[in-house]
Write a protein that binds this ligand. Sequence first.
Ligand code: GLY
Length: 360
Amino acid sequence: METTALHVEAGAGCDILIEDGILDRAGEHIKAALPRAKRIFVITDTNVSPLYGPRLVASLETHGFEVHTRVIPAGEPSKCAGELVALWEWMAAHGVTRTDAVAALGGGVVGDLAGFAASTILRGVGLVQIPTTLLSQVDSSVGGKTAIDLTAGKNLAGTFYQPGLVLMDPETLRTLPDRDFMSGMAEVVKYGCIWDAGFFDFLAARPSREALMGDIPRILRTCCDIKRQVVNADERDTGLRMILNFGHTLGHAYELAGNYTRWSHGEAVAAGMAAAAKLGVELEITDAAVPGKIESILSPLGLPTKIPCDLEHIRRAVGVDKKGSGDLVTLILLEKIGVVRPLLLPKEDVLAALERLAGR
Ligand code: GLY
């Protein structure tokens, strides 16, 4: 059994452990990382609970923890203020103390919501992220962003709160539906685009789920290592961390246009990266070969490279993008694969360039 250990320095510091079957050893790892914790509040959802909940709980109980489990409905609507308050009440009713911990078992919705609850109950208790989807393993479980959605948009309320430990079991990806696996691949491809051309080529040579799963430990390790370096340099998302937003501004417009139901986050990001590559060429920043390279890595994975979207949705996404300030927006573009160029531009110039592209 091979274990990969990566260390995030941000916050109080946190290990990311990647290992097949680590779910069955979670109790031992949590005991070592959070030795003062007595109670563990496991937060999971209706999809993940029957698959992996009993193994996690058994391992925690074997190591002497008092375990309480809360199962939320699977899906984005659970990432809301109502569920957050319900989690606070539930933990308080079970006598949570400051040395106890929350374990988030599931995908991004569970991780973001449980992370927010852990960061705010008693002004902060321990947090262990146990991501079970590709998207959450390569992105949301690492870096300490927590969030709920508001009526005005996704992820608009949240905290920066580093977990004390992240446990990743690559075997959990085997039960992921194809569409969810490929959505996660959009974020994986993003790391190649913004950071590592060699990794991009490595992924391009593995155009199927089967081929990718054959190298999944390396894929998880590479993505988490890139994210770890970015977060170490800019935990609070005021500089370098913005590069992780490649494909996301337009991706948000597509998610909005599809009412957050038509397209998954990863699908929207895939099309957002393809569009950002074209926009970069239009603005004479991006090498002309990049859009073709991005399309040819995404298409075999069944990810969209174009999503119909009217300008109003693009305006709204560019307007409310958290990475903007005033009339300016930070656009994340590529010079070439592996070389990213953040650019602060007037929102109107970006919209005009997008309008020109849409007209072709
Ligand atoms: N998902 C982007 C970030 O963690 O900054």
